[in-house]
Design a protein. Structure first.
Length: 465
């Protein structure tokens, strides 16, 4: 996960896809499947002489080998370490030298590799992506180096950080029952060190074939050009058998789980409350997304106004959909509300306040003006995220991978608009209930009082006090 917490920045702002007679923004989406099973998505936009490219593989933390926690993440790092044809450093230098940038990340259900650059760099980017799809430079030195890199990332982002990711790592370990859903995808040092070259070769062979990948290109390219280039660089790569995934489904929890943790680096206590949410494609998915925004989406949200401004027991309120967003998951996922709270309060007070706000929604829903405000904010955020070509390509590739339909990108706004107050009442009463909730109360380690200084000895004759 190269810079996991970082949000993707934008490039290539565009308004050209707006229809002249409507404020509805329909992205152009063209999809083609190559003979080897690779799916290609092209979104044409000539407003800037740039492109965004995303290659998404349908493999992530849920599919990594048991006793190899963090292996999908480790492998993502190895994808940047060179091939027999493009040694280490060539990938980054080729893209950044042409004015572009690139990155990658690992999530539960996919691993994505993204680039943005002037359109003149499109062919070199596709050559490089196809080259590392074929094979990598597998060697012990590189593996050891990247094992150390990932371990250092864990130290920096988790072990040496206040709260240490407890709102997405630890909470999942307690909320889910199946190993695929509850293990630490960042990885343990022991498991990372146990990964062998044979593990790496097998993972690439099994999950990094063209038939397990989606290529999306957005920007200054026509569909015919994009499909021709995809065929040119990827069409000759043979499909490879992909292991069948297991059954990761889990029912809603039936009893609340409460965990208390200590944190030597934290200054104030924090709480994470998480609920299992509807599966992807459920009629409750869009209402849950709107409910999360209503509850914890910014300073105007119910929880911010209720806990921070009203009761003044919390310092902030935020929410998470696992490691992704409300639309890009393909297995059991949590809605987690995270808050720092005042040392003069306690976890029970915070949970009681959350329950009161949820109960109001379950009983009353949301008035028309509030619902319109929440939807408007969500639609603005959605459209803004798609203005940059790199984000647009990445979103299209993820949706095609998980939903099997990149056109979902143009359906989501309608799903948001269609959520009613009754929908909010239903999902609040169904999912955000105590029995489906997992809670972690993270408290600072009490600082021991400094020992009282020993009485000073009587000064010797002639000594200065």
């Amino acid at each position: 996960m190269r810079q996991l917490p970082a949000l993707l920045a934008g490039l290539g702002l565009s308004m050209s896809a707006f229809a002249a007679s409507s404020d509805k923004w329909d992205l152009p989406v063209h999809v083609k499947k190559l003979d080897n099973g690779m799916v290609v998505v092209v979104s044409e936009d000539h407003s800037s002489p740039t492109v965004g490219v995303s290659v998404v593989y349908h493999v992530g933390m849920r599919l990594e080998p048991k006793n190899r926690t963090g292996f999908a993440h480790l492998f993502e790092h190895l994808m940047f370490q060179g091939t027999p044809n493009a040694p280490k450093g060539v990938f980054d230098k080729t893209i950044t030298g042409g004015g572009g940038r690139n990155n990658g990340s690992t999530r539960p259900d996919f691993t994505n590799y993204i680039e943005t650059a002037p359109v003149s760099s499109l062919e070199p980017i596709l050559w490089l992506e196809a080259d590392r799809m074929k094979t990598l430079d597998f060697n012990e030195k590189t593996l050891k180096n990247q094992q150390d890199v990932v371990k250092e990332e864990i130290r920096v982002n988790v072990k040496n950080q206040p709260y240490g990711g407890f709102m997405w790592i630890d909470i999942s370990q307690h909320a889910f029952q199946k190993w695929e859903n509850n293990h630490d995808g960042y990885g343990s040092f022991q498991d990372l060190e146990g990964a062998s070259l044979d593990d790496v070769r097998a993972f690439h062979r099994d999950y990094y074939g063209p038939n397990n990948a989606v290529l999306a290109i957005s920007g200054d390219v026509t569909p015919d050009q994009g499909f021709a280039l995809a065929q040119k660089y990827f069409g000759g790569i043979a499909a490879r058998p992909t292991p069948k995934s297991g059954d990761f489904t889990e029912p809603l929890n039936k009893a609340e789980k409460r965990v208390e943790q200590s944190d030597a680096l934290a200054q104030v206590p924090a709480i994470a409350a998480a609920w299992k949410i509807p599966e992807r494609g459920s009629r409750d998915q869009a209402p849950m997304a709107v409910l999360a925004e209503l509850l914890a989406g910014g300073d105007a949200s119910r929880l911010y106004q209720g806990l921070v401004k009203g009761r003044e027991i919390a310092l902030n309120v935020d929410s998470l959909f696992g490691l992704v967003d409300p639309w890009t998951y393909d297995g059991p996922t949590l809605l987690t509300v995270f808050a720092l709270y005042k040392p003069t309060s306690n976890a029970d007070a915070v949970l009681t306040a959350i329950d009161e706000e949820v109960a109001k929604i379950a009983k009353e829903g949301a008035d028309e003006a509030t619902l319109k405000r929440v939807k408007t904010r969500m639609l603005a955020d959605w459209n803004n995220s798609l203005e940059s070509f790199i984000n647009r390509a990445d979103t299209l590739a993820k949706l095609q991978t998980l939903w099997g339909d990149a056109h979902v990108v143009n359906k989501i706004p309608g799903w948001i608009e269609g959520v009613t107050s009754e929908d909010l009442k239903r999902v609040a009463a169904t999912y955000l209930v105590k029995n489906n909730r997992t809670v972690i109360d993270r408290k600072p380690v009490a600082k021991e009082a400094a020992p009282a200084p020993a009485p000073a000895p009587a000064p010797a004759a002639g000594a200065k006090n």
